[in-house]
Design a binder for this molecule. Structure first.
Ligand code: TRP
Length: 463
């Protein structure tokens, strides 16, 4: 079958002809680059700590397997079929199915979620830079847990520093985005991801010497269901989407650059498995150190920034490894943030805005919103604008962005995507993209399992 017959690209694609990824490997690396980021190394350990460990990890893994992977396949499939920005893709694919173009709303919500995430992601990613400087100066050598905590506290207390690094990081993101993702991204991710992986293995190796590795294994892998609440199940679900860059246009936008002959199912499995491995390795590297130094697993967003300097400080060659680690974390966050901006930039391009203008404009807007996250960490740390709702009591603006995107917008977007590909799109059309032995199973899952799963989790949280 010819390419023209299997997708809905046509005259109306507004003259934006995307260059395709040069190989399946490059797509995998770009998708892994998007998926692997702060979500795996910063967020996964801290929310696992806050939600009691094993049972949470189990629910997260189940969410990845039965909801995350099918949704990833759906998004890559839709992206390739539509060949446009997520907003354009949803509208065009719906129209080609003879349905309302209002399905573009799913793309709009995704683009908005990615934008909001980018605004605070950039602030957190900025934290890696002062840590690189400190590590390179040898500042972690023999550092005690309290001093590491104080160092992190000092960074958060300084709006000027946070703003500086937030600005630098957003600038880096815009830089690659403006040049076109293929250009800057392809080469960088192909060595970066393997290097990060190796470094995590070294850290896990060190963690084994702390004498608390067994305790960490029990914490991460022995489910204690008494610590599981309805909200932690929602957090696990939201994180499954966040960590795989789903329901936010990233995978759909990257799918648009994917060649027709690449297997979407195999590729999605590969990406998800690599992503999960990085998160679990991060957990195995961090929790032994947490237990060895009497730190609190539930301490929150500072967890790795307080814990890892202590670990590096005791390791032979720790200054070198610490520098390398935070550099790689910065790069991992960078390849993720680029993907967050992509759906908005592509959309603006379709509207006739030049790529550079679109990237600069989108980045600038996200930078501005990001300033409210900077302030949430210090001057506005007591400002809880939604405190009238019990759920948001004590939540700063930063907490609210995180909650809205991961716990509401992404699950809702994924639900609508599942309904679209499961019930609206003709199975022949999805089969033409997904093909092969996986289509029937995938179709049953997105029709029933994914929507029911998301709805049940929503129901128990809202009522
Ligand atoms: N998956 C990335 C991480 O774990 C975050 C990310 C990248 C993302 N692109 C996204 C999150 C788009 C939401 C939307 O760090």
């Amino acid at each position: 079958m010819s390419v023209v017959a299997t997708n809905v690209q046509g005259k109306e694609s507004a003259g934006v002809t995307p260059a395709l990824w040069s190989s399946r490997f490059v797509f995998i690396m770009a998708a892994v680059g998007s998926a692997v980021g702060l979500g795996n190394i910063w967020k996964f350990p801290y929310i696992t700590g806050q939600n009691g460990g094993g049972a949470f990890v189990l629910v997260y893994l189940i969410c990845i397997a039965i909801i995350g992977i099918p949704i990833m396949m759906s998004e890559v499939m839709l992206g390739r079929r539509g060949g446009r920005s997520p907003i354009g893709t949803m509208g065009a694919v719906a129209a080609a199915e003879g349905r309302s173009r209002n399905w573009a709303g799913v793309g709009i919500m995704a683009t908005l979620a990615a934008f909001l995430i980018l605004s605070f992601y950039s602030v957190i990613a900025g934290w890696t830079m002062p840590y690189i400087v400190e590590a390179a100066k040898g500042g972690f050598a023999g550092i005690a847990a309290e001093d590491s905590g104080a160092m992190f506290g000092g960074l958060l207390a300084s709006p000027g520093q946070l703003l500086l690094w937030h600005s630098v990081f957003m600038g880096l993101t815009v830089l690659v985005s403006a040049g076109g993702v293929k250009h800057g991204l392809e080469r960088a991710v192909s060595w970066l991801m393997p290097a990060l992986f190796v470094l995590l293995l070294i850290l896990v190796g060190y963690a084994m010497t702390t004498g608390h590795f067994g305790e960490a294994l029990v914490f991460l892998f022995r489910p204690d269901f008494s610590s599981l609440t309805a909200e932690s199940i929602l957090v696990a679900l939201g994180h499954a989407f966040f960590t795989l860059s789903l329901a936010s246009g990233a995978m759909m936008a990257y799918g648009a650059y994917l060649k027709k002959d690449v297997s979407i199912a195999r590729t999605s499995f590969t990406v998800a498995i690599m992503d999960v491995c990085v998160a679990l390795l991060a957990g195995l590297a961090i929790f032994p150190v947490v237990f060895a130094h009497g730190l609190q697993p539930g301490e929150g967003p500072g967890l790795i920034f307080v814990t890892l300097p202590v670990a590096f400080g005791q390791m032979p060659g720790g200054g070198f490894f610490a520098t390398l680690f935070f550099v790689l974390l910065l790069f991992a966050a960078w390849t993720s943030s680029i993907s967050m901006l992509e759906s908005l930039v592509r959309f603006l391009e379709e509207k006739g805005v030049g790529r550079v203008k679109a990237a600069v404009g989108g980045g600038l807007a996200a930078w501005l919103v990001g300033i409210t996250t900077v302030l949430s960490l210090n001057l506005w740390s007591d400002f809880a604008p939604l405190a009238m709702f019990e759920r948001f009591e004590g939540k700063t603006l930063f907490d609210i962005y995180d909650y809205l995107t991961a716990n509401i917008m992404m699950p809702l977007g994924a639900l609508l995507t599942a309904i679209f590909v499961g019930w609206v799109m003709k199975p022949e059309h999805s089969a033409a993209e997904l093909g092969g032995q996986w289509h029937a199973l995938w179709h049953a899952v997105v029709r029933y399992v994914t929507p029911i799963g998301v709805l049940v989790i929503f129901y128990f949280n809202l009522f």
